[in-house]
Design a protein around this ligand. Sequence first.
Ligand code: HPA
Length: 247
Amino acid sequence: MSRVGIMVGSGALQLGGGFAFAPYSGARQTPFGQASTTPQVARRGEVEVVMLARHGDDHRFAPHEINYRANVHLLAELDVDGVIAINTVGGIAPSASNGKLVLPDQLIDYSWGRAHSFAAESDLRHVDFSDPYDGPLRADLLRAAGRADIVLQDGGVYGCTQGPRFETAAEIVRLERDGCTLVGMTGMPEAGLAREIGLPYASVCLVVNPAAGRAQAIDLAEISEIAATGMTRVARLLDVFLQGLEI
Ligand code: HPA
């Protein structure tokens, strides 16, 4: 049996192929507080999916308000074998154009003031985070993209900003100078917490806008449109990934 955690932005992804999601019947309370919402669970053959919307119902938690510790802890309590995070991002590198799917291999954390570690409540102190995303999980996602005939760019540097406002143009210049190719607000501390708790973690990023200063002012209506169409591709990628686990 494989059990896969999927951390989605808002709402649930509609996976095809007979996944009938039902709300998880247990509590969403963890030693670190309540998870953002009740996970949705589905089973197809020997594969189980646990999907959790990090922003909660109706997108009620802004990026800096999310209880990342509770969300990651709940997925670990539910015994998932790994977590695939879905993140919408702004594109900094010219190659990160609207609608592109990118599988980052590195990140830089610019967020602050978020409860970012389980360490205080456990005897854990330091973990290796040289490569923040799990290599084998990334490789499986790339193979699934190949089978699904979906273009998934291999590699990118995710800069995690605090939000909820978008960045200034100068902040994006600084991020670019640092080596960031993508910018988002929810990649951390999620990835670090997954590493602390021993969960393989990878992020599939959908570029929904050019980062600040790279085009005209950021257009929220256009972002929603690109996100909606892009997420159907993400759902197909996940579906093919999950089919691969059934073999
Ligand atoms: N900046 C930060 N987070 C984002 C962006 C952005 O431009 N687009 C989507 N999430």
